[in-house]
Design a protein around this ligand. Sequence first.
Ligand code: BGC
Length: 402
Amino acid sequence: MKRKVIGVLLSVAMVSAMVAGCGSDSSSTSAPAETEDTADEAEAPAEDAAEESTDAAAAGGKIGISMPTQSLERWNRDGAYLDEQFKAAGYETILTYSDNDSARQVNDIQNMLADGVDLLIVAAIDGEALNTAMDEAATAGVPVIAYDRLIMNDAVSYYVSFDNYTVGTLQGQFVVDTLDLDNAGDTVYNMEFTAGDPADNNAGYFYQGAIDVLQPYIDAGTLNVVSGQIDFDTVATAQWSTDTALERAQNVLSSYYADGTQLDVWVCSNDSTALGVAQAITSDYAGSNDVIITGQDGDEANLKNIVDGVQTMTVYKNVSNESIVTLGLAQAILNGDTVDESLIPSFGIECAFDTESYETSEGNACPSFLLVPNVITADNLQDLVDTGLYTMGEDGYLSAVQ
Ligand code: BGC
């Protein structure tokens, strides 16, 4: 999982393969477009603006932005930032949310292609379920940026995300440091895991990053997973659902902790699952100790829980920066510029160009721009305010701006 940055050597090959995608096999079949339009366009295509056909839009082109769902907080932000930033840069945009329904996302993307988009930005609901739409994009010669979540199809040109494995290692290391596990002596701490959606390619990276840091302490007996539920499939949470995470946490608490066994840590891969676990601990845990709960994203409800001492940390990913990198990359693609690490200074955002870690199919690495995640606790909430993306109320709670 170690990242290696090899940009310059591959750049020429990558630009020529830009439209063909990440893989060496660029052949694809075009499936018939679905006729029924179920797209939930949060913001309808700017038809009026298109008809007025401003020079800027004509020069910039049309961008299709396909987000997974509005029911998980972050994607509302991603969609809004991408939409705003592309419009401000002179592009016409189509923004859709697909209600966590893969068939609908395929349909939404097909509609964008039919609408003549010049480039697609897609955060997949299920990285394995978009082949029909991706193959059509390849046939139409439309480049695809996999946004945040990788899509398992070689039509994907580039990937923009955070370093997903590092998100997990930050969660694991937080537990090690907070409990000072290296000096724990004979003390045994009890813990549980909740991971993300198996359909989301990121979920395995988050989980593995955390496990890789914590496994030596589990092996040494310093950490004890009381339920024994540790493998990814057992601890995974379909669609990252808060309710599903809550239900499983309640079951684990009633089965393994109702006898007064102390729970010390619950590693949750993200904030939506942490919300469910925190709720279960608040209502169903018999102990009175503070339980360390990890998360990821910086959702408003979770930041409130951090202020209230109910959640301990979150791994913050600045999605405004993620959309700025995506815009810079899209501009380079559409202008025919070389895409490699030499673009990074123009983004003005810390990230790595990685041509090894992510594959859209076996042996087909997808060139990726990976941003840097940060740990947020009650002690450094001001860092979020300093981004300009949150304000802090008099009660100390944070609200996202917009
Ligand atoms: C994202 C996380 C998010 C999760 C659920 C993942 O793909 O990387 O930031 O918490 O999806 O929305």
